[in-house]
Design a protein around this ligand. Sequence first.
Ligand SMILES: [Cu+2]
Length: 104
Amino acid sequence: MTMTARISTLSAALVLSASPAMAATIEVTIEKLVFSPASVEAKIGDTIEWVNKDAFAHTATVKGGWEVTIPPKSTGKMTLKAAGAVDYFCRFHPNMKGHLDVAQ
Ligand SMILES: [Cu+2]
């Protein structure tokens, strides 16, 4: 690929990511009691999909906020509706911690 082509591909990607219509689904894997990646950058309208590879249930729980249950060998989803930084944990395994940075 030429340098010019690389630059135009990059700028096209930046334009697309700036568009509110381009909502993404961001996968967070849970394996052996760990959220991975532990920290995620997302935008309002994006969906977080937790994929639980463990044989027992987990949750993504925000103190005083929302909670998503993720059954064993299954998935749980949530669409982000508010901007800001959010710390979450698993209700059953409080040492499991995750973080979302949600941009406007
Ligand atoms: Cu758990």
